[in-house]
Structures are given as C-alpha cells and as structure tokens.
Design a protein around this ligand. Structure first.
Ligand SMILES: [Zn+2]
Length: 82
C-alpha cells in the first residue's frame, strides 16, 4: 500500500471515529452526540427535567427589546361604531 492511500485511509478512519461532543445545557458536562446518549443534548434525564422545569417556571424568557424613547407607538384609540 502506498503512503498516500494509507494516509487517506487513516483520515477516513479518523472522520468516522470522531464522536461529536456537545455540552449539557444544565450542568455543563460533555455529552457524546450518539446512540449512547438518549437524553442529548442533556447528560441525563435529571438534567433534562431540570431544564424543562426552568422553562415551565418561566426562568427562561425570550429576550424582548424594551422600547426606547425613540420608539413611538401609533396612537390607537378604540372607537365605538356609531
Ligand atoms: Zn447535565
């Protein structure tokens, strides 16, 4: 086997064997992204439940920009049909 094909085979092997690692959003532990991690991106069921609980209790909110002084709301006055 020549050097180039050996090198290509080695690179292919590397690409296949490298497991993607993600960080658990709750505790920060590394989690392998694959069949071995059924709760991914969380490291465990416990961390997943903690995160779900945080959303349910409103700890997480989607940031909304507060209107500044230069933000003019249109003057909408409810009118009654006559
Ligand atoms: Zn975790």
């Amino acid at each position: 086997m020549c050097y180039v094909s050996t090198l290509i085979n080695y690179r292919l092997l590397q690409a296949v064997s490298v497991t993607r690692i993600v960080i658990c959003p709750t505790c920060g532990h590394e989690v392998a992204w694959g069949q071995q991690s059924p709760f991914r991106p969380f490291c465990s069921e416990r961390c997943r439940k903690i995160d779900l609980g945080a959303w349910a209790s409103d700890s997480y909110r989607v940031p909304v920009a507060a209107p500044g002084d230069d933000f003019d709301l249109p003057d909408i006055t409810p009118t009654r049909p006559e």
